[in-house]
Design a protein around this ligand. Sequence first.
Ligand code: NAD
Length: 386
Amino acid sequence: MNRKVISNQYSRRKFIRDLSLNAGMAALAMNGMNLFSSCNDDDSKEKNKGAGKKDPNKLGIALVGLGGYAGGQLAPALQQTKDCYLAGIVTGTPSKIDIWKKKYDIPDKNVYNYQNFDSIKDNPDIDIVYVVLPNSMHAEYVVRAAKAGKHVITEKPMAIKAEDCDRMIAACKEAGKMLSVGYRLHFEPYNLEMARLGSQKVYGNIKKMSAGFGFTIGDPTQWRLKKAMAGGGPLEDLGIYCIQGFCYTMGADPIAVTAQEGPKTDKEKFKEVEQSITWQLEFPGGIIGEGKASYSDSMNFLKAEAEKGVFELTSAFNYAGQRGDTPAGDMDFPKVNQQAKQMDDFAQAIKNKRPTIVPGEMGRRDVKIIQAIYKAMESGKRVEIG
Ligand code: NAD
């Protein structure tokens, strides 16, 4: 089959930039969110920063929690960022300190543990605190970071309960600091193309969507399988990407949901959380997003069926390797470092005093959706998302 390859580097780059800003703002505006509420920095305070920094033109980021994602993705990405750099670390594991200090040239004065973390407030090298801890710990460290006068990025899911998201948003607002969620796919061209094709109705109205994300989970003792730390199973960890995909492809927020837990083939490993889950997310107009997340099946796709054809990502949510096709041909976009783009965008938002396209309010929306999905799964009923 001789399929046309869609590629136009110059206009695409500009387009992606515009789209990511517009899509995020449009989605928030739809919800009546105040886009500028968490963006009221004090000018003079910002100006004096940078004096003692390794690179005074870049904002300094401190990573909190030096686990798989911080070490495997964020720290390497911070070697590629233009507007921010890895300035500090916060860890409860002393053996990691020397390794990180050497590898990333981090001075002693920028190394913290969980006990002395609050004294980060006196450190002008650190502008942004990035919380990369297990899900149940995000709220505490975001609030502490805000109280220390730092801008904050928290990993997904933002928290386990919507009330925690409220506390996190309020703390940042009170401190006059910005809050963002680590939604890296808002900076990834293939996913942005899904958002453009769907929200701009390039192939007409969407009739139906489907998405799935899953892998086989290993170590049965890890926090991801503990309800108190993870909030739940693959829905919290992986299903959130499907939820996000539905929302940015539709350019709208869902109104209700039904859900079903999958069978447990390993009752010991999955004694606290679901092994797999399916859900049907209902959008205005009755459009359904059929989602599936699993810790025992491998899948990774986002598909939209529209009036004039299907557009989809057959590899959707990973750090790289996205693939997609449309009625007009295969997608062909440049490779990007999603995390570098995400962190640079947040740094630019701070510097330029504009809202982040992935704010705490979006994180709270998704936590509310996740809570509704679990409620629907447990009750067997359709649950409205308030
Ligand atoms: P991980 O288990 O590899 O790392 C967790 C870190 O937290 C470790 O350094 C651990 O020492 C520390 N920690 C502190 N207190 C702990 C406690 N009581 N129990 C367990 N660990 C504790 O996890 P990860 O994969 O790095 O995930 C961390 C966060 O990042 C999660 O919220 C996860 O959802 C998110 N994440 C996001 C992406 C993404 O693509 N955006 C990818 C992976 C993980």
